[in-house]
Design a protein around this ligand. Structure first.
Ligand code: PDD
Length: 284
């Protein structure tokens, strides 16, 4: 049985417990990270920890474990569960306290939960054929840069995609694509420029996005970080999403119409391969 980590203990998943008063459960008062595991090693761990620190700071959530402590727990879980390819999920909440909108005192212990999920992300059939996306209005709160566990709207958007026979939803505010339900959105224009929304509180500052943009500039591809419209996306020659679980994931249809020739594009496939090679080489 899978072993999970809960606030200091490693337990079989069936024995793991958290309080009914946990603020993550009652208020979505928690933050999370998802780190890709390739060949049993963690991809871009330091960047995930830097973003975690930022999320905690933005929510004024005290937390005392160090990056070294968290690395040890991640590795212990990968080892105990013998994960070769998959992810480690980490969630930290403000802990358990009698229900009150006011935060509990700063000495309230956090709830810290980690678990692994094994999954074949590299040989993912959807990434090989290319994703079909629909567009839906972005109705999330305005601090999408903080990686909170408040994921009901993205989940509803994904269900809407599923009910329409698509794989994912791209979220749109004022005619401009913000990001995917759980990934960053990119297009490639007819002159080969990669366009992706600039960093702000409208999107999550994706780790994969940053690495892929770095790879793109090393390849001397043109990159523009700016908002793009749904119309631009429909007219793009390629589109793709990036995330720790989807890696670089082609998008070949939007709202039922093909993007480019309706097949994963050359730029996208090249970036996926380079991202994978780089991740395997730098994983710890
Ligand atoms: N999602 N945007 C959103 C809204 C996300 O939820 C994610 C990640 C990303 C991509 O971030 P990164 O490249 O750092 O994984 C962008 C994770 C994988 C999830 O919720 O499962």
């Amino acid at each position: 049985m899978r072993q999970v980590y809960v606030s200091g203990s490693y337990l079989p998943e069936s024995e793991a417990r958290i309080s009914v008063f946990d603020r993550g459960f009652l208020f979505a008062d928690g933050v999370y990270e998802v780190t890709l595991v390739l060949d049993g090693k963690l991809v871009d761990f330091a960047s995930h920890m830097a973003r975690l620190r930022r999320s905690l700071r933005e929510l004024d959530m005290p937390f005392s474990l160090t990056e070294a402590d968290l690395l040890k727990i991640h590795r212990e879980l990968i080892g105990r569960n013998n994960v070769s390819e998959g992810l480690v999920y980490l969630q930290i909440t403000r802990g358990a306290a009698d229900r009150d909108f006011i935060f509990p005192t700063r000495d309230t212990p956090n709830t810290v939960v980690l678990f692994t999920q094994e999954k074949a992300f590299v040989e993912n059939p959807v990434a090989i054929r290319g994703q079909h996306v629909i567009t839906v209005e972005d109705l999330r709160w305005r601090r999408c840069d903080i990686k909170t566990v408040q994921l009901l709207y993205p989940s509803m958007a994904k269900m809407q995609a599923k009910s329409r026979g698509a794989d994912d939803a791209w979220l749109v505010r004022d005619g401009y694509v913000t990001e995917g339900s759980s990934n960053n959105a990119h297009i490639v224009t007819s002159d080969g420029t990669i366009v992706t929304r600039d960093l702000s509180s409208d999107i999550l500052h994706g780790i994969t996005r940053a690495v892929v943009l770095q790879c793109a500039s090393e390849l001397h591809l043109r990159v523009e970080e700016r908002p793009f419209t749904v119309v631009e996306a429909r007219l793009a020659t390629e589109a793709f999403s990036t995330s720790s679980s989807g890696l670089v994931n082609p998008v070949v249809r939007m709202d039922g119409a093909p993007i480019g020739n309706g097949l994963p594009g050359v730029v996208t496939r090249r970036l996926r391969q380079i991202y994978l090679d780089r991740s395997r080489a730098s994983a710890i």
